[in-house]
Design a protein around this ligand. Structure first.
Ligand SMILES: [Zn+2]
Length: 63
């Protein structure tokens, strides 16, 4: 499990999310995280390569 700080798409506050990444997982994934401050759903698009998590986009999870 890896913690990453993201900036909320709605209120622009930063909060930490916990990403469950399998040790052998490589590729792209999308998960929804509710903001800790405004409770809106943030759609997190991220990429895992060689144990590194790269956040590609944080968007509107209501879509
Ligand atoms: Zn927020």
């Amino acid at each position: 499990m890896t913690n990453k700080e993201i900036t909320c798409f709605f209120c622009f506050e930063q909060f930490e999310v916990s990403l469950e990444i399998g040790s052998s997982f490589i590729g792209n994934d999308i998960e929804i995280y509710d903001c800790e401050i405004c409770c809106n759903p943030n759609k997190l698009e991220y990429e895992v390569y060689d144990g590194e998590i790269i956040i590609n986009n944080v968007g509107d999870g209501n879509e």
